[in-house]
Design a protein around this ligand. Sequence first.
Ligand SMILES: [Fe+2]
Length: 459
Amino acid sequence: MRYNFIGEKSREFNAWWEWMEQMNRRNFLKFLVGGVFLLGGGAFLSKGAWYRQAANGVRELAGDLDAQYLRQIIAADPSTSRTLMWQSAAPLSNPRIEYRQKRQEEAAAVSASEDFFTDDGVTNYQYAASLAGLLPDTAYEYRLVSETSASDWHPLHTAGEDSFQCLIFPDSQSNDYSDWERVAQEAAKRNPEAAFFINMGDIVDNGEDHTQWQAWFHAVENIMDSIPFVPVMGNHETYDQNWNVRLPEAYLRYFVVPENGSRDFARYYYSFDYGAVHFIVLNSQWEETEDFKPGLMEEQMEWFREDVRKSKKKWKIVLIHRDVLQYRIHNRPERQEGISDVGEVFMPLFEELGIDIVFTAHLHTYRNRGHIRDMSHDSNGPLYILTGVAGNVRYPGLWIDHALDERVAPQPETDNYLTMDVSKERILIQCFLPDGQEIDRVEVDKADLEQSPFQGVVL
Ligand SMILES: [Fe+2]
């Protein structure tokens, strides 16, 4: 399967990618390295230095500990556990995490599991350490330690019982991640109390392109070391360098999210609790994965029912990459307004299971549809938010407004981000431009909603 970008901006993008395909990254690097050697600089280009040139923004954490992109990944119960990950160009000797309650002397240690893979001609060692048995709503600090050196201490705060704030970022896929860096950094600076951050999928433009992942990590490394990251898998995570579909190898290696009892698709979809909310991160890529690994949709639907019904949390929120609605497109009269394939599969289930809010992405536009049930506005249905765009791939003037859209971002769209403030009785969602200008806000009050059959019911 081949992916083509659509829209005016994307024609430039297609041309750029065509050039990239003709001169694939390996050839490009050979060309680059050859040029440097010709200039007489080859003597100092050891394998390690070559890697550091290829990978955008490599930083050593401390001394000879050649690790990078230390990050917190959400665990199923973030009030008592946390997954910590980092990566290295070469295997590390006995790496482990030391952690302690903030400002206390005594630290515990947990060793890491090692994984490695080669994408784009670059071998990447991934490490993951799981902290468990932590105290809820407690400030900890942790550091990465090897045989001979240690990183600085980094903050880690466990989840409390009810209230929290989080950041939600739409698709960050880009050919230059400086816009992503700007929107993420501005959002984090304005919301220093955010407990974690979500990316709604299409995290990178090409899931096999090693340099794009490094650029993405580099843009948020001072955020993800301090608060957990919640990844959602998008279709671009399944593309190889030739724009053919493959399984999301890099995504699965970079983000060791909870497995939650999935039978054949561990970490493709997952769930976790935070405060008063049960989050369910669904996977809309069954079309991409079907030829390689059939059955994602069927297994996921079965798991989803059980997962939601088991949860005692007051709020239930779904994160899924592909949107539930289908939009008309200018110059494509045959394309009708309506419901998307993902909407056909999941909207009835969202209604049946009493999902409160559904966040989607993929279309690179912000749209608040209000509450929908049976494809009509209805306060008893879930609130549907199409989250927008947080990279530099934009589709100006592409979509024709849907009858269910209640609020749309100012056109043509620049980047945006969302904050969500949760308490037991009320959720406030706000949408902002990168400069902090609020463009939408919506409140959901639990007391105002009628109870659907499964809300608050444990089966
Ligand atoms: Fe997408």
